[in-house]
Design a protein around this ligand. Structure first.
Ligand code: AMP
Ligand code: GLY
Length: 419
């Protein structure tokens, strides 16, 4: 099977690594890719903002399966022309990708499906802002109602900070979504979906804040681990039954079935799991940890989803133990990152590339905020942490930073669902 992967992050590097281990895969291509994916796949340039470009490349390259990693092309509708061309695609159609592209749409689907989520209100004019803010908080949750890569969200106990962020969004012409604050640890559950059948992967936890002990602003994600030793045994079954399946059924009922990866971002509150957000694609960096444990051939699973055959797919098989991924970020991230620096040690095993490019002289240099994801595995979280931090210690990038506490509290048994 010839598989084309769209995207250029460490998530796509992890997807390619897992796909390369599937004996059914005969050739891999990646667009636009990075210095790391070039070692596993043929690399092609592509404009991710051009929804027709993916189908054009898929046809030209002779792809037998297309896997779209990032949300931007999916929300713009890149999967639809691939399917119209008769090529199986792992990734939802434009109409179904709205579950991530519009938070207001996601709330409407959840309401119709009876799924637990934060109470919310959309504000589109400053005149209504103060009264609306008074109906929430403290703590205030202020979001951009659109794609913002996790960086459009401010969670704060400070009224003035909440108000300033909302005004900043409104001034930029963005409607603001206010939400009630959900307490409790967060979890990400990735589900492979073929329109009707839901196959969950192992649950994971992401670390969104830039600094140790969750200090500083939100980022795209600074690290993750899987599975969750502190989660109740029936968590995945409960989330599928009460949250994911009802949403998949509601989207099918509306005539916009979801086929691809449906990501439930959850808060595990004292009142049970509640949805923070849905995403229409794999999460980054959780994917790097989750796929490190998957034994089932990935291309076969994706093709079964793309062809509506998940109900016949054998149960997934996993490595025992745990995986931890730590993100190495460039100086300045999540603000404006410093780029163009040479990275030493980036070609070691367990190092997945995101913001990297190979210079003409062969050196690997940084090109973005999140530069690398380093993945460690082991029989338990403590061992996986030690493996990940040993590996990241062997990588050098001037001015870079990473969190030192990924999975630490979970390894120490300090994470609990409130009761
Ligand atoms: P989002 O972009 O919606 O995923 O939000 C980014 C991060 O903000 C989440 O991963 C949470 O850490 C936090 N967050 C978002 N919404 C809420 C909420 N309603 N209650 C508590 N935390 C939230
Ligand atoms: N890890 C968060 C995200 O991918 O949205």
């Amino acid at each position: 099977m010839r598989v084309l992967v769209i995207g250029s992050g460490a998530r796509e590097h992890a997807l390619l690594l897992a796909l390369s281990k599937d004996p059914a895969v005969t050739a891999l291509a990646c667009a636009p890719g990075n210095a790391g994916t070039a070692g596993l796949a043929e690399v092609y340039g592509i404009d991710l903002a051009d929804p027709g470009a993916v189908a054009a490349l898929a046809k030209e390259w002779g792809a037998e399966l297309v896997v779209v990693g990032p949300e931007t092309p999916l929300v713009l509708g890149a999967a639809d022309p691939v399917r119209s061309a008769g090529i199986p695609c792992f990734g939802p159609a434009k109409e179904a990708a709205r579950i991530e592209g519009s938070k207001a749409f996601a709330k409407d689907v959840m309401r119709a499906a009876g799924v637990a989520t934060a109470r919310s209100e959309t504000v589109d004019t400053p005149a209504r802002l103060d009264a609306a803010l008074r109906r929430f908080g403290p703590t205030w949750v202020v979001k951009d109602d659109g794609l913002a890569a996790g960086k459009g969200v401010v969670v704060t106990k400070d009224y003035d900070v909440a108000r300033a962020h909302a005004m900043h969004l409104l001034d930029g012409g963005h409607p603001v979504l206010l939400e009630s604050f959900l307490d409790g640890p967060e979890a990400s559950l990735f589900c492979v979906v073929d329109g009707t059948t839901v196959v969950p992967l192992l649950p994971a936890q992401d670390f969104k804040r830039v600094g140790d002990n969750d200090a500083g602003p939100n980022t795209g994600g600074m690290g993750a681990y899987s599975p969750l030793p502190w989660a109740p045994d029936d968590l995945v079954d409960q989330v599928v039954a009460e949250i994911v399946q009802p949403v998949v059924d509601e989207l099918a009922r509306r005539g916009t079935p979801f086929s691809g990866l449906l990501y439930a971002g959850l808060a595990l509150t004292s009142e049970g799991p509640q949805v923070i957000e849905f995403n229409c694609r794999f999460g980054d960096p959780e994917t790097q940890a989750v796929l490190a444990l998957l034994r089932t051939p990935l291309a076969g699973l994706f093709l079964a989803a793309a062809e509506g055959r998940l109900a016949e797919h054998p149960p997934l098989e996993w490595e025992p133990g745990a995986a931890v991924t730590v993100v190495l970020a460039a100086e300045g991230y999540p603000g404006r990152p410093r780029t163009g620096d040479v990275i030493a040690g980036s070609e070691a095993e367990g190092v997945l590339h995101a913001g990297t490019r190979r210079r003409e002289d062969g050196a690997v240099v940084s090109t973005g905020g999140r530069v690398l994801s380093v993945v460690g595995t082991g029989p338990d979280l403590e061992a996986a942490r030690a493996d990940a931090y040993r590996r990241i210690g062997a990588v050098h990038l001037t001015g870079s930073h990473h969190r030192t506490d990924i999975a630490l509290r979970a390894a120490r048994g300090e994470v609990h669902v409130p009761n």
